[in-house]
Design a protein around this ligand. Sequence first.
Ligand SMILES: [Zn+2]
Length: 64
Amino acid sequence: MIATDWIVSHDATQGDLAYAMECTRCGVVQQIALPISVDCYVAMGKEFTKYHKHCRPQIKEALG
Ligand SMILES: [Zn+2]
């Protein structure tokens, strides 16, 4: 399994982003309408991960 630790799920203290999934490499946020079944949440997580597991780290600093 490929490590995808740049793909995160926000905790409940993040206001509008509570439980939202985010790819911290490209900045895409998938908001989740709650309540949702765990099965569904897991399925969405897998789908989200599939789309973002090949995202590369942003190297804005190098572009000056
Ligand atoms: Zn991404």
